[in-house]
Design a protein around this ligand. Structure first.
Ligand code: FES
Length: 148
């Protein structure tokens, strides 16, 4: 299996790993295919701009790399523009992923959407094109010692 240099770079030096205290929105999703988990924290200012974003995952290297890139791409964007950062856009920014790893890249997009959904719920707003996340997992279902 071949990974692009960008994938290797983001896997070895992932950007935006961690968590945000009192985040504006938090989303946690699971990958139905492999059971891996991804959580995204968003810090959104009063103008609905994403001031900061962090992620934590139990996912594989491809999930780490796509989340690293996805968080880089949504940082500093408005919540509307963040919606345009699809897993397709993220994969292109990484110069592609092996086909068997495409499902891993979905975790980042889904977790960002789940975090945006959480933010929208808290602020009673509607974000164009955003749907309720299929699977939002709660804290107590995790095994903390396996964290990335
Ligand atoms: Fe689970 Fe990649 S194998 S996220």
């Amino acid at each position: 299996m071949m990974y692009s240099e960008k994938v290797m770079d983001h896997f070895q030096n992932p950007r935006n790993v961690g968590e945000i205290e009192d985040a504006s929105g938090v989303g946690t999703v699971g990958n139905a295919k492999c059971g891996d988990i991804m959580r995204v924290y968003l810090d959104i200012d009063e103008n609905q701009m994403i001031r900061d974003v962090k992620f934590k995952t139990f996912g594989c290297g491809a999930a780490v790399a796509t989340s690293s890139m996805a968080t880089e791409l949504v940082k500093g964007k408005s919540i509307q523009d963040a919606m345009k950062v699809t897993n397709q856009v993220v994969m292109e920014a990484l110069d592609g992923l092996p086909p068997v790893k495409v499902h891993c890249s979905l975790l980042a997009e889904e977790a960002i959407h789940a975090a945006l959904w959480d933010y929208a719920q808290k602020h009673e707003i509607k974000i164009e094109g955003l749907e309720k996340p299929k699977s939002d997992i709660h804290e107590d279902e995790e095994e903390e010692d396996e964290e990335y």
